[in-house]
Ligand binder design. Structure first.
Ligand code: B1M
Length: 237
């Protein structure tokens, strides 16, 4: 860190400057500064959602570009990820403290071979904020572990995340094992992760592709509404 950066007092920056500084601090992996910046924005009346998307997620986007271009390497990106998680840990309870009625239950995990968890965690946080109960089963999850979690927690929704082109095909392995057990239609299967697409999701037999966490919430809500509508129709018949 340069002397100039040492002298920056986050609380003296205006909102736009602070957000740009937080992008730099994520890039530099400065967790304490991210915690402080997150708290300042919240004190200034920012919603947790805006802090998350504009200060944290956008900052991580810059890291992703430089990682792709060989400017940043794994240890640096890991520090950025940890700084981002430090900010997320403050926002999590705020996003979850919604008085929305219980919408349904989701089990979510990152597929086998893949340890990326920031996007999955974010989806979990947003779903909790929207009133869903979320059971996060972690990273590097194989088909047996997904099945065991479904059996144990009996969710409405199975969420899977994959960030690598090499791990996304594993989603099909999980969905095929649901089919083999004859339980595919017991769950709404939602998938997401940067390399996925709508076509991919449909080709592996998922119900929908979720481009980001906010869209995951909307899609989950609409599937739950459809399911509840269908249940009411059966009761009325
Ligand atoms: Co990795 N990595 N990484 N990495 N990493 C990517 C994914 C990569 C695109 C970087 C690049 O080259 N530009 C690239 C993949 C290339 C490819 O497959 N074509 C890559 C690579 C190559 C690797 C390694 C192989 C590097 C190496 O070792 N040589 C290695 C693999 C490790 C493994 O998993 N086996 C690796 C390791 C790592 C770190 C450990 C250093 C770290 C992960 C830390 C962590 O997660 N705890 C890391 C990171 C941080 C990234 C980037 C930079 C950022 C990912 C991220 O957190 N994004 C990433 C570059 C990128 O994606 N642009 C990259 C922020 C997050 C909010 O977005 O995860 O997309 P995202 O989630 C979004 C949506 O996708 C969606 O909603 C989320 C929120 O809006 N979503 C869902 C995600 N999951 C969902 C599930 C749902 C619904 C929506 O279920 C219902």
């Amino acid at each position: 860190m340069s002397d100039d950066e040492d002298d920056i007092v986050l609380s003296k920056l205006d909102d736009a400057q602070l957000v740009l500084q937080m992008h730099d601090d994520i890039y530099d992996g400065l967790g304490d500064e991210i915690i402080e910046g997150t708290q300042i924005l919240l004190q200034r009346g920012w919603t947790p959602f805006d802090v998350l998307t504009k200060a944290l997620v956008e900052g991580m986007g810059v890291v992703g570009v430089d990682f792709r271009d060989g400017i940043l390497f794994v240890p640096e990106v890991l520090q950025s990820a940890n700084a981002m998680k430090a900010g997320m840990s403050i926002l999590r309870p705020l996003l979850a403290a919604s008085d929305a009625p219980r919408m349904g239950k989701m089990v979510i995990g990152t597929v086998k071979g893949d340890i990326h968890d920031i996007g999955k965690n974010l989806v979990g946080m947003m779903m909790e904020g929207a009133g869903f109960e979320v059971v996060d089963i972690g990273i590097n999850i194989d088909a047996e572990a997904y099945l065991a979690a479904l059996e144990e927690h009996k969710p409405d929704i199975l969420g899977m995340s994959a960030l690598l082109t090499t791990t996304m095909p594993y989603m099909k392995v999980v969905i095929d094992s649901l089919k083999t057990k004859g339980i595919r239609h017991d769950y709404i299967v939602l998938v997401g992760g940067a390399p996925l697409s709508e076509e991919f999701a449909l080709s592996v037999g998922a119900d929908a592709y979720c481009r980001d966490a906010a869209i995951a919430v909307d899609i989950a809500k609409s599937f739950m509404a459809r399911q509840q509508g269908a249940a009411i129709a059966v009761l009325d018949a």
